[in-house]
Every structure is written in structure tokens, then in C-alpha cells.
Design a protein around this ligand. Structure first.
Ligand code: TTP
Ligand code: MG
Length: 577
């Protein structure tokens, strides 16, 4: 928790203001019982009506000061806490945006969401409490003690007894409640996880008739959270009445023993009343401190969860001095690249060396799981290589600025993601200032014009979240158009033609050839027909290169390739070649 305090720095001025106002508030409140005791002793007992009115007016003025100070202090305390939470959320978001894909897996998406929302709110609430109460309570405690002792030392044993009883009650309650508070956050995570999975997987759940199963799973997580929360509140509900009881017993004790002191002439009636008010202030500040004890551990659990996100060392670091690649032709070179996912036993890619040049199409083919996606993900540096190097324009990708590097790459990922908005907005993800003409031309090359012409709103038609209102092949073409609009030097198509029928596939590739003849093109595919005409075909087999060459060359030399071909093409098609 304390580690998060450094993020409060921009609000130092507000915090100083809150501190100053809290001091005014505390001093005024501590002075009030003193004035009141004078009214009782000198005014009421002495029968001096003018004194009562005068002192009464002073008390009124102090009360107004207290109220105004309290309102302003609370306002700025709350403002600080809320602004602090906003900054935290922003930090987490920016941090997460810079995550490598592996970092995401480490924390989990639903937990990231809980941490950015619920956990930050917990911390915010405590921060507001600290600013509005935590400073006030100790001041009142110490001030109240001094004033009470000044009023009557002989009665002060009552404070000791009351504080001891209070301490025991608080200790018991906090000891039982705190561990539960910590586990609540984890249970919220779990509810979020189940909810998220069932929302995103709703189609599969329906198709497999798993609604009941999912309901049961949600019910379990939900009941777990509810059970723990009820336990916590049950313990806490015991706390308040217990505290009230202690307070009231203390009052009775003061009146009882104070009456004896008055009787023997040791103190006056006003003194006893003032003493009683000071004791109440002391007890009240102890109660406030207790609330903090309850809230802080819960918030620390949240703070830890937030910090663990903020402290993740980004694996894919921005170089200190980014090198500018000389010239920008778009050459991609792999030199002896090996790569393994973190925690995996075997490397996914071993000793990969090849070169993809501008104006050429380099195709990558291989069975599923052979590492094709992993290979192309190394080019925009989603991951860093374990051994060897990946060069773009002759410079290691680790030496280049991430933004500059990625600006050179137009990626059509295997798993397509479209965003909610219009078609045009989605394409402008590739190039933010793309004009309608550019958008239309990219859609034409991607063979998407036909189906877009049938839409009423054309390129302004709506795209639902994740592109849910388009077919698989339509989404692929939109995703291709998004990369085309960018006009990068390097195009990467990761299995981007798989959902297209053969005719559209062929038409699209011939349009691409014309449109992007200057660029470096990498095509990942499963279909031999897609890669046959490439200038260079890379055959991947379990992460290793089984052969490199043109279709003709590979047919002679590479067994793995021959097998793939044999499984796909009929004899006549082969005869054409
Ligand atoms: P991929 O590189 O995804 O294999 P692929 O693209 O050739 O397969 P497909 O044709 O089906 O798209 O995966 C290679 C191996 O790496 C596979 O065993 C799974 C593993 N892997 C991970 O461990 N973590 C990951 O994030 C990915 C993408 C793959
Ligand atoms: Mg793949």
C-alpha cells in the first residue's frame, strides 16, 4: 500500500491543504468542550447571562469554522483519492498495452479487468478515508488525551480501562475478519473469469447444450463469493454494537465517578461534562483508526495486485537508443533463429535462416502446430528470439524503435480482430488519415467491394464487436484491406486466405500481386494452391526448415513438401505445372 503513495506526488498541494484544514478542525473541536465547561461553571452556576451569550457566540463561530473546514477538507480529500485512482487506472492501462503476449497469459485477462476496476476502487476508497480520517483521528486522540488529563487527572483511569476493552474487541474482530477480506478479491476474480468465458463462448455453450453446466459453474463461484462476504459482514456487524456498548458504559462510569468528585468539591460540573466529551472524542478516534485497520489490509491486498501488474518487466523492451534502419526496402532476414515460449520445454522454432526480399512473395507452409504463426510473430517483435537474430532492413528488430518497426509491417493475423465501429473506421486502424478513395481501393484489392456494395451504408456500415455481423471470409477480407490501406513495406498474411473459396483466393492473390509488387510479402498458408506461385516456399516441419525453394525445386528435393502436395492436389492439377 505504502508503495502506491509515490503516485500521490502530483497532489501534494491538495494534501497539504487537507492537512491544514484538518488541523483547524481538530483544534476547534478540542477547544469547544473547554468553552462549554466555562459556560456551565461561570455562566449557569454563577448566573452571568452576558457571559453565556458572549461565550455562546464564540462557540457558534468555532462551530462554523469546524463545519467549513470539514467540508473543504473532505472535498479535497475525495478529489485527491479519485484523481489518484484515475492515474492508477491509466498507468495500468498503458502498462498492459505494452505487454508482450506472454505477459498477458501470466496475469489473465479477467484478472487484469478486475485489477483495473475493482481493485483500484478499493485503493481509492481507502485513500479517501486516509485523507479524511486517518490524519484527523490521531490528532483528536492525542489532543483529547491532553485536554482530558488537564481537566481531571483523577478520572483518567476510566480512559485506560475503556481503551483496553476497546483494544481487545477490535483485536478479536480484526483478527477474524482480515483473512476473509483478502480472499474476497480472489473470489471476485473467479466470478469475472467465469462470466467472461461464458459471454465470449456463448455460441459454443449453446451448440453443446452446456448452459446448465455453465450456470452451475457460475453459481459455484457466485455462492463462494457470497458466502465469504456474508461471513465478513457477520463479524463486522458485531463490531458496531460492541463499540457503542463500550462508549455508553464509559459515559455511565464518568458520570458515576465524576459525581463523587463533584460532591467532594474536587471538580466542577462543567469539568465533568468537558471530560466526558474529551473521552468521547478519544474513543471516536480509536474507532476511526479501527475502521482503517479493517480497510487497509483489504486495500493492501488490492494494492499488491495492482503493483504486481505495474511491476511486470516488459519482456519486449524499447531499445535505449533506437537505430534507424538505413533505407527502407523492407528486407526481412532470419539468421539462425531459435525461439521457445516461456515455460515450454522444447523450442518452437529451431535454426531458422532465410531471407525475404522486396518484390517477392515468400510463402511458409507446414502442418498445423509447426510454428508458422510463431515465426511471423517475431517480425513485428511480439516476442523476442531466444537465439539468433531477426533483421528488418538490415537492422536487428531489437535495436529498432517498436513504433517505427511496426509501422513498416502490415499484419493480417490468423485470429482476426475487428473493432466495433464502421468499416471505414476499422480500415483507418491501418492508416488514421486514410481517405474514402484509399479505403475503397484497398477494399477492391481485397475482393471485398462486392459484398460491401450490397450493404446499404457501404463503407459506413456498422461492424459489431469482434466483427460478429460478418462471415469468416468477409472478416478475413476486411482484415486484409486494413493491412493494405497502410501501404507498408512488409506484408504478412497469416493463414489469411483459408476461409475464402478457391476462386476468390486466386482472384485476391492476383490482385495483390499487381497492387503490392514493390513490397516484401510473406504468406502463411496450409493450401498448396495458395503458395504454388510464390518466389520462394519455406517448408516448416516441427519448427525446423525442411526445405526452401520454388514449387518445382521442392517437388524434386523435399519429401515433406511432396507429402503435403500429394495430400491436397489431384494428379491433373500437378500435371499443369
Ligand atoms: P503455432 O506457431 O501457432 O503453429 P502454426 O501457426 O504453424 O499452426 P496453425 O497452422 O494451426 O496456425 O504454434 C506452434 C507451437 O507453439 C504449438 O505447439 C503451440 C505453441 N504455442 C504456444 O505455446 N504459445 C503460443 O502463444 C502459440 C501461438 C503457440
Ligand atoms: Mg498459425
Amino acid at each position: 500500500m505504502t508503495k502506491l503513495f509515490k503516485f500521490l506526488k502530483p497532489y501534494t498541494r491538495w494534501i497539504i491543504l487537507v492537512l491544514a484544514l484538518t488541523m483547524v478542525q481538530a483544534f476547534s473541536q478540542l477547544y469547544l468542550p473547554d468553552l462549554m465547561s466555562e459556560i456551565v461553571d461561570k455562566g449557569v452556576v454563577g448566573g452571568d447571562i452576558n457571559f453565556i451569550i458572549q461565550t455562546g457566540l464564540i462557540m457558534l463561530a468555532f462551530s462554523v469554522v469546524v463545519s467549513v473546514a470539514t467540508i473543504i477538507a473532505r472535498l479535497y480529500g475525495a478529489k485527491t483519492g479519485v484523481a489518484f485512482a484515475r492515474d492508477l487506472r491509466r498507468r495500468i492501462f498503458v502498462k498492459v498495452e505494452g505487454f508482450s503476449l506472454h505477459d498477458f497469459d501470466q496475469v489473465g485477462t479477467s484478472s487484469l479487468i478486475t485489477r483495473t476496476t475493482n481493485d483500484v476502487t478499493q485503493v481509492q476508497n481507502v485513500m479517501v478515508m486516509i485523507l479524511t480520517m486517518m490524519i484527523f483521528a490521531p490528532m483528536m486522540l492525542i489532543g483529547g488525551l491532553i485536554m482530558a488529563l488537564k481537566t481531571d487527572i483523577a478520572l483518567s483511569w476510566i480512559i485506560l480501562v475503556a481503551a483496553a476493552v476497546l483494544g481487545v474487541v477490535i483485536g478479536v474482530v480484526a483478527g477474524r475478519g482480515l483473512p476473509l477480506f483478502k480472499s474476497i478479491q480472489k473470489k471476485i476474480d473467479k466470478v469475472n473469469l467465469v462470466l467472461r468465458e461464458s459471454l465470449t463462448g456463448i455460441r459454443v455453450i449453446r451448440a453443446f447444450n452446456k448452459e446448465k453446466f455453465e450456470e452451475a459453474r457460475f453459481e459455484e463461484a457466485n455462492a463462494d463469493l457470497t458466502g465469504t462476504s456474508i461471513k465478513v459482514f457477520r463479524i463486522m456487524s458485531f463490531m458496531f454494537p460492541a463499540l457503542m456498548l463500550i462508549m455508553n458504559m464509559t459515559t455511565v462510569a464518568i458520570v458515576w465517578f465524576g459525581a463523587h468528585r463533584i460532591d467532594s468539591g474536587a471538580i466542577q460540573v462543567g469539568d465533568m461534562m468537558a471530560f466526558q466529551q474529551y473521552v468521547m472524542q478519544i474513543m471516536f478516534s480509536i474507532m476511526m483508526a479501527t475502521m482503517m485497520f479493517v480497510m487497509i489490509p483489504r486495500a493492501s491486498a488490492s494494492a499488491e495486485r495492482i503493483l504486481s501488474v505495474l511491476n511486470i518487466e516488459n519482456e519486449v523492451l524499447e531499445p535505449k537508443k533506437p537505430l534507424e534502419a538505413k533505407g527502407s526496402c523492407g528486407c526481412v532476414t532470419f539468421n539462425n533463429v531459435s525461439f521457445s515460449y516461456k515455460g515450454a520445454e522444447k523450442p518452437v522454432l529451431k535454426n531458422i535462416s532465410f531471407e525475404a526480399k522486396p518484390g517477392e512473395i515468400t510463402a511458409i507452409i507446414g502442418s498445423t502446430g509447426s510454428g508458422k504463426t510463431s515465426l511471423v510473430n517475431l517480425i513485428p517483435r511480439f516476442y523476442d528470439v531466444s537465439e539468433g537474430e531477426v533483421l528488418v532492413d538490415g537492422v536487428d528488430v531489437r535495436e529498432q524503435g517498436k513504433e517505427a518497426l511496426r509501422a513498416k509491417v502490415g499484419l493480417v493475423p490468423q485470429k482476426i480482430s475487428l473493432f466495433s465501429g464502421s468499416i471505414k473506421e476499422n480500415l483507418q486502424y491501418g492508416k488514421s488519415d486514410a481517405t474514402d478513395a484509399e479505403v475503397l481501393s484497398a477494399l477492391k484489392t481485397a475482393q471485398a467491394s462486392e459484398f460491401i456494395d450490397t450493404l446499404e451504408d457501404g463503407i459506413n456500415a456498422r461492424v459489431e464487436q469482434g466483427g460478429a455481423n460478418f462471415s469468416g471470409g468477409q472478416k478475413q477480407r476486411l482484415s486484409i484491406a486494413r493491412a493494405l490501406v497502410r501501404k507498408p513495406e512488409i506484408y504478412i498474411f497469416d493463414d489469411s486466405f483459408s476461409a475464402l473459396d478457391f476462386k476468390t483466393d486466386a482472384k485476391l492473390r492476383s490482385a495483390l500481386r499487381k497492387e503490392i509488387d514493390h513490397a516484401t510479402v510473406l504468406i502463411v498458408a496450409q493450401r498448396v494452391s495458395t503458395v504454388m506461385n510464390a518466389d520462394r516456399i519455406l517448408v516448416l516441419d516441427q519448427g525446423e526448415i525442411a526445405g526452401i525453394g520454388t514449387h518445382k525445386e521442392l517437388m524434386k528435393t523435399c519429401d515433406v513438401y511432396k507429402e503435403i502436395v500429394a495430400s491436397q492436389l489431384s494428379e491433373e492439377e500437378l500435371g499443369d505445372e
